[in-house]
Design a protein around this ligand. Structure first.
Ligand code: ZN
Length: 312
């Protein structure tokens, strides 16, 4: 009996104790996209366990729901969403089925990152999804400007601090370090893009207004007639004429669309098709593992496209 009481505390100390504090201290953060996951990881460090639902190579408007998503949402301490109806086609039923009252829309643990961002293309007239436009509340691809990444990271810092006030100094230090890395990146990216200021481009989807604003480019047309509406022969014809008239040499596209129409337009106009990563994890054949790498990759790839197209 004496021996047993001696052994049991030793077992408890050796096996159970190390696991308990780690589990209690780690917040489970689920983000709908890898971009928001990356920003949460930057700020949360080892105080958070992060996960994402949509992968960067998927169209974030149209993600196939999986049972594993429901499980992740069920265990989440915090859910971070893009908002602006980006996820409206797939996220609401998953949240309902997750049976986690804390992360319901409107609850403190449901964080809509768009509240922190500078949102472009907010419709002035009456625009509904019934008209076929999937951007009825302004452009939801707003994470593609470094300044918005900074604002979102700061919003996440505030939220994590609210949830875990004891870690306030840690989150503040992590945010400051991310802000520093991002500022260094901005200098690098601005220098690389400087020769191409004012260049006019065409993009497949309206994914890039914040990106082109950040780097001084201009989008003059889209392969899609409207966001979410596939290319039509008449629209493609008009766009091709426009590109020839204006001498547009670059078509930027996202990896999840069919390259058939952009390739045909490129053959007809002598333009280059450049596939950029719209998100972390969204580059074809390259590792783009975090938010800083996303811009490193996109700027490098776009500059290579400008050079191949002979844009000065
Ligand atoms: Zn969109």
């Amino acid at each position: 009996m004496k021996k047993l009481t001696f052994v049991l505390p030793a077992l408890l100390a050796g096996v159970l104790l190390p696991a308990v504090p780690a589990r209690a201290a780690t917040l489970k953060v689920v983000a709908t996209t890898q971009d928001l996951e990356s920003l949460a990881k930057e700020v949360g460090g080892d105080k958070v366990d992060t996960d994402s639902l949509a992968k960067g190579y998927q169209d974030p408007h149209q993600v196939e729901p999986k049972p594993s998503f429901i499980l992740k949402l069920n265990k989440a301490d915090l859910l971070i969403v893009v908002g602006r109806e980006l996820e409206i086609g797939w996220l609401p039923p998953l949240i309902n089925q997750a049976r986690n009252p804390r992360i319901q829309p409107g609850s403190p643990r449901y964080l809509d990152a768009s509240q922190f961002a500078h949102i472009l293309e907010i419709p002035t007239g009456q625009i509904t999804r019934a008209m076929g436009d999937v951007h009825p509340q302004g452009n939801p691809h707003y994470w593609l400007s470094p300044e918005n990444g900074r604002r979102i990271a700061q919003g996440i810092q505030k939220k994590l601090t609210e949830i875990s006030p004891g870690d306030a100094a840690y989150f503040a230090q992590r945010y400051a370090e991310f802000d520093r890395k991002l500022s260094e990146g901005e200098k690098r990216w601005q220098a690389q893009m400087a020769p191409y200021k004012g260049t006019k481009i065409v993009t497949y989807h309206r994914s890039w207004p914040n990106f082109v604003e950040a780097f001084g480019l201009e989008v003059v047309g889209y392969v899609e007639p409207k966001p979410g509406i596939p290319p039509s022969p008449s629209h493609t014809f008009d766009l091709t004429q426009e590109m020839k008239k204006d001498g547009i040499k670059i078509i930027v596209m996202e990896p999840y669309f069919d390259p058939k129409t952009p390739n045909a337009i490129a053959r007809d106009t002598g333009a280059q098709v450049v596939t950029l990563a719209p998100s972390v994890g969204g580059a074809k054949g390259a590792a783009v593992d975090d938010y800083i790498q996303l811009f490193d990759y996109d700027v490098k790839t776009l500059v290579a496209g400008f050079q191949a197209a002979g844009v000065k």
